[in-house]
Design a protein around this ligand. Structure first.
Ligand SMILES: NC(=O)C1=CN([C@@H]2O[C@H](COP(=O)(O)OP(=O)(O)OC[C@H]3O[C@@H](n4cnc5c(N)ncnc54)[C@H](OP(=O)(O)O)[C@@H]3O)[C@@H](O)[C@H]2O)C=CC1
Ligand SMILES: O=C(O)[C@@H]1CCC=N1
Length: 267
């Protein structure tokens, strides 16, 4: 498989994967990115020195790796468009939520290797986590090539394809849940009379510090929570309010809703 990479739809996720590939040593001269708007294309050329075009068929010609980065509703039309230009032996990697690998295989030349992935936006700073699963024609060598492609975006784990909608509900959408909590915590600080600036800094640094502590200590979140929660103290009072508000149950319902929506998007 050759090292030419075509990123079709270099938006939030496509651009993050592109940036990760370059930081992992991919040559900018081996990358072409497609978008619809010239302003976005200009940004990609200036930020990464990659070639850009709005012609997806031209982009996939000569590409050994093709990344599908468009919205789920646009994937079918994109595949129909590029199918005639796909190189024999090319690997098609997708970040789109929902669609199973069989959806791609039905529209691409017979035997095309497809690898479905679920990344998340911290990939843009090399702190993402991506789950990958092979389609029917994808081999271990294809998965290794995709792991190499994604190495600069953060952690990469292999998963069963049947689990990818659940993965999407946890780590794919997960950053949005964390930003939601950050916003809620900052607004709580404002309610208690802190300035917006101070409240936001307290909330963001607390999430960052707590995440690092979980990661670096390796301790279970329950144990870490107990270390903050003094008997009869302030945190116990706060956690009781969260439980009274059904926050834990809401997270379970939120994840199930995201998983079910991914299933719907996949048709
Ligand atoms: N955002 C996230 O956190 C995650 C997203 N995903 C998946 O990633 C995919 C993209 O999401 P996201 O990056 O947020 O969306 P964006 O809208 O940011 O990116 C989509 C990009 O596709 C481009 N585009 C649309 N149609 C075409 C086309 N026909 N040819 C070429 N380029 C095209 C758009 O170009 P232009 O900018 O010029 O309009 C845009 O840059 C989705 O399928 C989503 O399910 C997966 C995991 C996490
Ligand atoms: O919201 C979405 O549909 C995409 C998939 C996972 C995260 N963002």
């Amino acid at each position: 498989m050759n090292q030419r990479l075509a990123v079709l739809g270099a938006g939030n996720m496509g651009e993050a994967v592109l940036a990760g590939a370059l930081s992992a040593g991919w040559r900018a001269s081996d990358v072409v990115a497609t978008v619809r708007t010239e302003a976005k294309a200009q940004h990609l050329r200036e930020a990464y020195q990659v070639a850009t075009t709005s012609d997806n068929v031209a982009a996939v010609r000569g590409a050994g790796l093709v990344l599908v980065g468009v919205k789920p509703k646009d994937v079918g039309a994109l595949l129909d468009e590029i199918a005639p230009g796909i190189e024999p032996g090319a690997v098609v990697v997708t970040v789109a939520a929902g669609h199973p690998t069989s959806f791609y295989e039905q529209r691409l030349p017979a035997g095309t290797a497809v690898v479905r992935t679920v990344p998340n936006t911290p990939a843009a700073i090399g702190a993402g986590i991506t789950a990958i699963a092979p389609g029917a024609a994808a081999t271990d060598a294809h998965l290794e090539a995709v792991e190499h492609l994604l190495a600069g975006t953060g952690a990469v784990v292999r998963a069963a394809e049947k689990d990818l909608n659940a993965v999407s509900a946890i780590s794919g959408s997960g950053p949005a849940y964390v930003f939601y909590v950050a916003d809620a915590l900052a607004e709580a600080g404002v309610l208690l009379g802190l300035t917006r600036d101070v409240a936001r800094r307290l909330a963001v640094q607390t999430l960052l510090g707590a995440s690092r502590l979980m990661d670096e200590s390796g301790e279970h979140p329950v144990l870490l929570r107990e270390k903050v929660t003094s008997p009869g103290g302030t945190t116990a009072a706060a956690l009781r309010a969260l439980d009274d508000g059904g926050v834990r149950a809401s997270f379970l319902a939120a994840a199930a809703a995201a998983r079910d929506r991914a299933h719907e998007l996949g048709g």
